[in-house]
Design a protein around this ligand. Structure first.
Ligand SMILES: [Zn+2]
Length: 97
């Protein structure tokens, strides 16, 4: 089974002259985000497949760092073979650690 995780991390807005994070630091933050979120998903879903269709879930994680407000928004998009399995995946996703 293979867990599919796609990341779409990007920066929005003009970089401010006194930006808290420069573009190099942003790349590092994006790398860390990919690594830590990817590892967390792998850990939670390493043995999780749909009981009926034997399919693994796939995830798309979108992150937008906003240069003006200097904040980061993360969205999870979850794809599954069926609604029943989606419910199960969301339950697991919402469990703490
Ligand atoms: Zn299914």
């Amino acid at each position: 089974m293979s867990l599919k995780i796609n990341f779409d991390l990007r920066v929005q807005g003009e970089e401010l002259p006194d930006a808290f994070l420069d573009s190099y630091e942003l790349e590092l933050m994006f790398d860390n985000t990919r690594r830590s979120l990817g590892a967390a998903l792998q850990r939670k879903f390493s043995a999780v497949v749909c009981a009926e269709h034997a399919q693994a879930p796939s995830f798309t994680i979108s992150g937008v760092y906003n240069n003006e407000s200097e904040d980061m928004e993360i969205h999870y998009h979850v794809d599954t073979c069926c609604q029943y399995f989606l419910l199960r995946v969301m339950q697991i996703l919402n469990q703490r650690a």
